[in-house]
Structure formats: structure tokens, C-alpha cells
Design a protein around this ligand. Structure first.
Ligand SMILES: *Cc1c(COP(=O)(O)O)cnc(C)c1O
Length: 462
């Protein structure tokens, strides 16, 4: 399988080259040159596979430059760090299926991709006798998941920016209490979008990028999207075995469009997803896009679901590529228009296509807490605020009798304050969070300035 850029100036990359490039050198995002189709009769046989076997089955369709035995071993090792053997179990609560994606080391779905990506980087760097400096920005969960993905690895240093005071106290502690010498936490005086802009600017300086062997872990890395495709198949298999359904909805709490884009890839591979339900909080540029074809930027507002407090979704460009039928000149032009005017418009044909792929709903702060409360009262199951947004959107958008699978993107204990507001009790902490506030931590506070961050990276690069 070869990879190419959404902007057309990079092509014919191998999988490993695509992983190492992160953001494409022309500023676009990397995609496989085609999406492999799984025939319907083969789909049913996948429901019998364990999570690691299924992951191998899906991933090897996109990866032809890692020997099968190595890829299997890498997958095994990546998911051995999860605390349940199913890796991403599905539980039925009321009439909804909940896909629990939070059993990894940092209790959010990002571990599924970043445990894999950390091991993948290590494998490639060892083969090439190279080193890497990872630079990333986080709205909370990516940072800790990335740090846990590469902590202590020989050939990698990691620099993670988070918006000062805008991640939950536990999220902050999960990052800053990792004291491995290869881990650098930077609290920036700004928003997550500032962090994301700085990352793009740093990677846009190709001389700097090459000099310091920069690598990306933000969801712009294709390997992350790919690892997430697996659990859509896994969840569908679980529901299929239990209910003999065929088509399903997935409801996906969305920020950077990475997770739901993985669902789109699964759909294009032939998984019978009726629609992907795109659930947002008050930062609703994407739900306005789906409902009205209005893709126009607004100000970032803080909500109970901080990992979704995003306006510019970096993975959206990947969907644009398909919406423009692979016309890279059209994608480049659209991205320039968006950069200059802050908005994009779509043709009637494109809007029809969007409506085939997605339903959408934006959920307010009050509705988020009400959903946590109502769901807890009805089922005894405690949702985190991000998951609650997906559940609310599912309740509004989905049409019975098609089953809905809601992605549970974080463990409620990561967002205890919101849960406490909603139901008056603190969610039970899993062992990895007990006493985390008292542990020693390390972090630098800096201005949200690209040159300042570059100087820091330069001074501490491997
Ligand atoms: C990152 C994150 C999201 C949003 O996922 P995207 O891939 O950015 O759309 C939702 N919920 C939680 C808990 C997250 O950490």
C-alpha cells in the first residue's frame, strides 16, 4: 500500500515513510492511495477474532513493509498494557451499546492508537538507527496517552504542550507526573488551538524539522487513525453476535475529527455503518457543517468536555479529500480559502454526500450533565462528559430499530468534577489514579509563541 498527500505534492510513500512523515511535507495529510474493501461474506468471519487478531487482520491490509510476525508481536505488546482482555469491551446499557475505549494506561481512547504508535516508532527508529523528537499539542488526553506511549524509550524524546489551566487537574497530573528523562511537559499561556497552530508552524519549518528529526503524535499521524479503525469492526462484531443485526449507527464524541474519521474509513471498507453520528459540544463547527453545510470558524469556548474544545479539526482535511473525489488541487484551494476567510461552502451534491455519511448534533453543557444524571438513574452506569455527549446525540439522532454503538472515549474518573456536578458523587477511581495528586511532577510554563517553543526543543532535543 502506498500513501499520498491530500494536497498532491507528496506520493508513493510506504507505510513506514508515512508514519515517520506525520504531517505531509506539502502541508497536507497522508492517506492510503486506495481503501481496501472487505467483502460482506468475509466480514462475518471477523467477528470470531480476538482483538489483537482482528487488529492484525485489519492493519495488514494497509501495511506491507513490516513482516507479519513483527507486526503481530507489536500489536500484542501494544494491547497487553490494557487492563481487560477484550481491550475495548462492548456493554449494553438500556437500549444503547457502549464501546468502552478507556481501559488503557491513561483511561481514554487515545491509548488505543498511541500504545501502538509508540511501539511502531521504536521499531522503525531501531531499524534505521535513528532518533526522534516528538512535538505535540494536547487538549488533555492526547498528551498523557502519547507520553505513556513513548516514556522511557531509548531513541525518542517527547515535548507536549497543553493549554495552561484548561485541562482537568487529573489530566494535568497524568502528564506531569511522568518523570522519565525523555519526557518534557510545556504548559502554554494560550488555547489548544494555539498549541495546534504552533505544532503546524514548527513542522512547516522543514529545515528545523529535519535538523531535529521531529515526529508527530497528534491525530494527523495516519497510524493513529488506522489503529482506531479496528475497534469499529470489533464493536460491530460484538453487537452482531448478540443481536444478529446488520447495520449499526456509531455515535462519536468529536473534536479533532480523528476518531470519527476512523469510522468513516471502516464504513468505506465495507462495514455496514448506516450513519456516523457526529456529536459535538458547544464548539459546534462540525455539527453545523453536517447539518447546514456551514463550515465557519467560531471562538473556542470552554465546556465540561475539554478534549472536544476545538474549532479547527486537523483531520477534517482528510474527509475533504474524499468529498472532492481525490482532487488534490481542489483540497489545496479549499484549505487556502479556509485559512484566508475562516469559512468553506459546499455544493448541493457534496451536501447530499455528507448527509449519506453523517448525522450530527451539538450538545450543551447543561444537557451534558443532565445526560450523565439521567443515564445513571436509568441504568446505574456512569458516563464521562465526552461520552455523555455521544449518548445524547444518539438519543436524538438515531432511528430504531437500528442498534447504536456509543463510543465511550474516557473513564468518568478523569472528569470527576463534571460527574460530581451531575450526580453528586465522585466516580470510583481506577488504581492508576489513586493518590496521583500527591505524586511529584515536572512541567515548564511558557508563552504560546512558536519561537519560544522551538528554542526549548532545540535545547533539549535528543
Ligand atoms: C480526543 C478526545 C475526543 C475527541 O476525539 P477526536 O479524535 O479529536 O475527534 C473525545 N473524547 C475524549 C475523551 C478525547 O480524549
Amino acid at each position: 500500500m502506498q500513501y499520498l498527500s491530500t494536497r498532491g505534492q507528496v506520493s508513493d510513500l510506504s507505510f513506514k515513510e508515512a508514519v515517520m512523515m506525520g504531517l505531509a511535507d506539502d502541508g497536507g495529510l497522508l492517506l492510503p492511495e486506495h481503501i481496501p474493501l472487505i467483502p460482506p461474506d468475509e466480514l462475518d468471519s471477523l467477528t470470531e477474532l480476538s482483538y489483537p487478531d482482528l487488529a492484525f487482520n485489519i492493519l495488514q491490509r494497509f501495511i506491507d513493509d513490516i513482516p507479519a510476525s513483527r507486526l503481530r508481536e507489536l500489536i500484542q505488546r501494544s494491547y497487553a498494557s490494557f487492563t481487560v482482555p477484550e481491550v475495548t469491551p462492548v456493554v449494553k446499557k438500556g437500549n444503547l451499546y457502549i464501546l468502552e475505549l478507556f481501559h488503557g494506561p491513561t483511561l481514554a481512547f487515545k491509548d488505543v492508537a498511541l500504545q501502538f504508535l509508540g511501539n511502531l516508532f521504536e521499531l522503525i527508529l531501531t531499524e534505521r538507527k535513528e532518533r526522534m523528537n516528538i512535538v505535540g499539542a494536547t487538549s488533555g488526553d492526547t498528551g498523557s496517552a502519547a507520553i505513556y506511549g513513548v516514556r522511557g524509550k531509548e531513541n525518542i524524546n517527547i515535548f507536549i504542550m497543553h493549554p495552561e489551566g484548561r485541562v482537568s487537574p487529573i489530566q494535568e497530573k497524568q502528564m506531569t507526573t511522568v518523570l522519565d528523562a525523555n519526557v518534557f511537559n510545556l504548559a502554554i499561556r494560550g488555547s489548544f488551538d494555539d498549541g495546534q497552530r504552533i505544532v503546524k508552524e514548527i513542522f512547516g519549518d522543514l529545515a528545523f524539522k529535519n535538523e531535529h528529526a521531529l515526529g508527530a503524535v497528534n491525530s494527523i499521524n495516519w497510524a493513529r487513525v488506522l489503529a482506531q479503525v479496528v475497534y469499529y469492526f470489533y464493536a460491530w462484531g460484538q453487537v452482531r453476535k448478540n443481536s444478529n443485526c446488520h447495520d449499526v449507527y456509531f455515535s462519536v464524541p468529536t473534536g479533532n475529527f480523528g476518531d470519527i474519521f476512523a469510522g468513516y474509513i471502516a464504513k468505506e471498507m465495507g462495514l455496514p455503518i448506516r450513519r456516523l453520528i457526529l456529536a459535538t459540544n458547544a464548539n459546534n463547527i462540525l455539527s453545523r457543517f453536517v447539518r447546514d453545510g456551514d463550515y465557519s470558524i467560531g471562538d473556542v469556548v470552554q465546556t465540561w468536555s475539554p478534549s472536544m474544545d476545538i474549532q479547527i479539526s486537523s483531520n477534517f482535511e482528510r474527509y475533504l479529500y474524499y468529498l472532492h473525489n481525490g482532487d488534490t488541487a481542489a483540497v489545496s484551494a479549499a484549505m487556502t480559502t479556509f485559512k484566508e476567510s475562516g469559512r468553506l461552502s459546499f455544493t448541493a451534491a457534496q451536501k447530499a454526500r455528507i448527509a449519506e455519511d453523517f448525522l450530527s448534533c451539538s450538545v450543551s453543557n447543561d444537557e451534558t450533565l443532565a445526560t450523565i444524571r439521567d443515564f445513571y438513574q436509568a441504568t446505574g452506569y456512569c458516563l464521562d462528559p465526552h461520552t455523555a455527549i455521544g449518548v445524547k446525540a444518539a438519543q436524538i439522532c438515531a432511528e430504531a430499530p437500528i442498534p447504536v454503538i456509543c463510543l465511550a472515549t474516557a473513564h468518568p474518573a478523569k472528569f470527576g468534577e463534571a460527574v460530581h456536578q451531575a450526580i453528586g458523587i465522585d466516580p470510583q477511581r481506577p488504581p492508576c489514579l489513586v493518590g496521583i495528586e500527591e505524586q511529584p511532577s515536572r512541567c515548564e510554563t511558557v508563552d504560546a509563541d512558536t519561537e519560544v517553543i522551538k528554542a526549548f526543543v532545540k535545547a533539549h532535543a535528543r
